[in-house]
Design a protein around this ligand. Structure first.
Ligand code: HCA
Ligand code: CU
Length: 389
């Protein structure tokens, strides 16, 4: 069974302009716990006192999910994270040649010494701590560096090795640049050295391939996948939680391990408090994700929804719906009239045609027509006009 790590409260808060107060963070963590994610990465306590407070509160909230903090590869930062009472610690340090030379100004061996020192320290302080070592920018780092650093980290006590596509560089089907290649190679290389860590994947969406890349990693045997609500994160963000869960179910994961019916409320909460609207055509969660519009579609779904739906909205606790506008035909009009309890006028074909005409006129002004809110008054005005004739 694959595990889900939600990083909305860490990576997600790296979206410019996004900040959740400790109270909101606690609520979000509780909702994520109800949905059934396995690990909640809350943030780095060194960034701000309020973030440290939120980590402490969530770590002591009695949630089923493991609560984690993010940390730079320094003893001080690790100590701050441990002081928050977490059971999961994520330490990251890049071993890409460019980063070592241009930013850190150290050689690979010095980098490995640092990684080993910090991980050993964390494990010594808290032996049952789950430690993840992330090779930041894994896919643009020389494979030898990745294998050496990962082996040393596991030897020092790391339980999880995370492959990070920090810049959204990876591509499925492109062997040496695919996340599956890294998952397989790392597993094989580490196993040949007698190491069996869990393998995590963290993929950014710079080219729109984050979801494809993590599914590729899943097929290759990745144990933990990172996500954020609405795919929030640095630049183009990371993998979206809802999209990942739906695809994992499609690929054979058991649906009952997640309470998908809580997703919509959580997404609305995040959208409201991040001030980032959910696009109407957002998969799974968007307002139009299960809305049918064009005449041919509506006519067909009137007979069987599955003709234009491969997902069942009921698993998300919602129903499919209709939209009215310039694309609508008689079938949609009839269904919409039934929805608002006006089947009494369906027999009057002239009146229905008039209502449809009015709907199309309104739609041409570029507004959408809400069936429950607006259709009744359109019907009334057409009805009154007709009776006056
Ligand atoms: C960052 C970079 C990171 C780290 C991932 C991790 C990435 O913002 O610190 O620590 O697992 O994409 O590499 O998010
Ligand atoms: Cu990231």
């Amino acid at each position: 069974m694959v595990q889900i790590l939600d990083s909305t409260l860490r990576e997600g808060e790296q979206t410019p302009g996004v900040y959740f107060s400790p109270d909101k963070k606690l609520y979000i963590a509780q909702m994520l716990d109800q949905i059934g994610v396995d690990i909640i990465e809350v943030g780095n306590p060194a960034v701000d006192r309020e973030i440290a407070l939120a980590i402490q509160q969530i770590a002591h909230a009695g949630l089923k999910a493991k609560i984690g903090a993010h940390s730079l590869c320094t003893i001080d930062n690790v100590q701050q994270a441990l002081d928050c009472g977490v059971e999961f610690l994520g330490v990251f340090f890049s071993v890409s040649q460019q980063r070592l030379e241009t930013d850190y100004n150290i050689c690979l061996n010095q980098a490995i010494d640092k990684i080993v020192e910090v991980i050993s320290y964390a494990k010594l302080q808290q032996p049952n701590l789950l430690v993840r070592y992330t090779l930041e920018d894994t896919v643009r780092s020389p494979l030898e560096n990745v294998i050496d650093a990962a082996s040393a980290a596991v030897k020092a006590g790391a339980n999880i090795i995370s492959i990070a596509d920090t810049t959204g560089y990876a591509t499925p089907f492109y062997t040496s640049r695919s996340i599956s290649f890294y998952v397989q190679t790392l597993k094989t290389e580490l196993e040949s050295r007698g190491f069996y860590p869990q393998i995590e994947v963290h993929c950014h969406n710079d080219k729109g391939l984050a979801l494809a890349n993590v599914l590729d990693a899943y097929r290759a045997g990745a144990n933990i996948i990172d996500v954020a609500i609405m795919g929030l994160g640095e630049r183009a963000g990371i993998v979206d939680l809802a999209e990942l869960l739906i695809n994992l179910i499609d690929m054979g994961e058991a649906e009952k391990q997640w309470q998908l019916n809580h997703l919509r409320d959580l997404y609305n909460f995040i959208s409201e408090h991040s001030h980032i609207p959910i696009p109407p055509h957002q998969p799974i969660i968007g307002k139009n994700a299960f809305t049918h519009y064009a005449g041919v579609h509506v006519k067909a779904i009137g007979k069987d929804e599955r003709l234009y739906q491969s997902l069942n909205p009921e698993i998300l606790g919602c129903k499919s719906s209709l939209a009215l506008g310039i694309q609508s035909g008689y079938a949609a009009m009839e269904m919409a009239l039934k929805n608002i309890g006006r089947e009494d006028i369906i027999f009057d074909k002239h009146l229905v045609a008039e209502i449809l005409q009015r709907v199309k006129e309104i739609a041409k002004t570029g507004v959408s027509i809400d069936i429950d809110q607006e259709l009744p008054s359109i019907v009334d005005s057409c009805y009154t006009r007709k009776s006056k004739k």
